[in-house]
Write a protein that binds this ligand. Structure first.
Ligand code: FAD
Length: 400
């Protein structure tokens, strides 16, 4: 033991859960957390919901007060990692210092994909950090015209929050139905109707062609429907793993490849959260999961793997989203289904979608129905435990 201990690079949700688990399970060595933002670790879901709406203060989204890190002997380093030298077991930071480690956890999350044609405009927003939310909040005025490009869940949540704040919101989405590849086109369109019912102008199958303005975007040129005048633009077209600093293809180019326990192919290097492509034994390949539940589970798993504990099987993916006062919840693998049924009436904004494969439930999406969600989740988990074998959970990158 060198005394260098564990270095965790990130400072988000997966890092936080990793640190908490290490201390809770008795790790007494040196623990350093490299935080890429000038903030104590905080929770992101409120950024597009309560924090953006002004219902929560910034202090309320932090995971723990500064005192907790001191009490737990977690050294916080507010720097960005710029290079990994896995052979020498060192991480270089942007102030040229080097941190030696016994074990490293990569948990640097993701960065929003950008639209280069909007780069020169000051009223274009992305939403990933508390600083982004702070900036975006200043645009949510009564009557302000806000264009949201991309109808993924973050785009939809921003649209709902902005509309509730009195902004005139237009959603521009290139696909004929958002999230169609996962949830199916019908459900994608159903979710969009919830927005149009609340007065949001929804433009599907519409691409951004160009933008015009002098320093700020004044109008967007769209592939259908001409131009769209706006005061501000929010772009929500997905997230790319923030793994550029890792710089070695052995860890993966499109995200850091891990097994179910967060182990990578490189000794003493682990990864967790949105930055990973974790092996999913149910589909037999590595998958990205950019959701809160996965980041928590993977942060805990990486800590346990460092401590030499056996990995727990990963549950199927799940997430939630809050829009227009209703909660949307999802569990399982809708994309593997061959049939779908709807319980309830989407027009009532309270319904459940059950995705089945060969008659067995594989996924569920519910809108404003937590009881149906709990029931379906159980049914899917039961069907899943009947199907799955112990086989692949311990295997590292079985497809080579
Ligand atoms: P992050 O929380 O992104 O943390 C990564 C940290 O690493 C960041 O602080 C980043 O600055 C830092 N970093 C990056 N590069 C470096 C570097 N080189 N050196 C040092 N630090 C670095 N999920 C849900 O299931 N439901 C929701 O309702 C929901 N809402 C969301 C709303 C918003 C606005 C956002 C952005 C996400 C939401 N999510 C939601 C997703 C969820 O928050 C993420 O899956 C989760 O935060 C991922 O945790 P993470 O630790 O992997 O990454």
């Amino acid at each position: 033991m060198s005394g260098d201990g564990i270095v965790i690079v990130g400072g988000g949700l997966a890092s936080q859960r990793c640190v908490e688990t290490l201390r809770a399970r008795g790790y007494a060595g040196r623990l350093r957390l490299v935080c890429g933002e000038a903030e104590l670790p905080y929770d992101r879901p409120p950024l597009s919901k309560e924090l953006l709406a002004g219902e929560l203060d910034e202090a309320e989204v932090g995971f723990r007060p500064a005192r907790w890190y001191a009490d737990q002997r977690v050294e916080l380093i507010f720097r960005r990692a710029v290079k990994l030298d896995a052979k020498r077991r060192r991480v270089r930071l942007d102030d040229e210092t080097e941190l030696a480690y016994e074990d490293l956890v990569i948990a640097t999350g993701g960065a929003p994909r950008v639209l280069p044609q909007l780069a020169q405009y000051s009223n274009v927003h992305y939403l990933r950090t508390i600083a982004d939310a702070r900036r975006l909040r200043t645009e949510l005025r009564e009557g302000a015209r806000l264009a949201v490009i991309g109808a993924g869940f973050i785009g939809q949540e921003v649209a709902a929050t902005a509309s509730a704040a009195g902004a005139e919101v237009t959603i521009v989405e290139a696909a004929p139905a958002p999230l169609g590849a996962v949830l199916g086109e019908e459900i994608g369109r159903t979710l969009m109707r919830m927005h149009s019912d609340q007065g949001i102008d929804v433009r599907l199958a519409t691409k951004l062609e160009d933008a015009r303005g002098n320093g700020t975007v004044e109008e967007l040129v769209l592939s259908r429907g001409g131009t769209l005048a706006c005061d501000a633009v929010v772009v929500g077209i997905g997230v790319a793993p923030d793994s550029g600093w890792v710089g070695t293809s052995r860890l993966g180019k499109e995200g850091v490849l891990t097994d179910v326990a967060g182990r990578t192919e490189v000794p003493h290097v682990f990864a967790a959260g949105d930055v990973t492509l974790a092996f999913d034994h149910r589909v037999g390949r590595h998958r990205r999961s950019e959701h809160w539940d996965a980041a928590v589970r993977q942060g805990v798993a990486a800590a346990r793997a460092i401590l030499g504990e056996r990995p727990e099987p990963a549950p199927p993916p799940s997430f939630w989203s809050d829009q227009h006062g209703v909660r949307i919840q999802y569990f399982g693998y809708a994309d593997l289904s061959d049939e779908m049924t709807i319980e309830g009436r989407p027009a009532d904004r309270r319904f459940a979608v059950i995705y089945t494969r060969r008659g067995k439930p594989v996924g569920a999406l519910t809108v404003d129905d937590p009881r149906a969600f709990a029931r379906l989740r159980k049914e899917i988990a039961r069907a899943d435990s009947g199907n799955s074998s112990e086989r692949s959970n311990d295997e590292l990158h079985p497809e080579g």
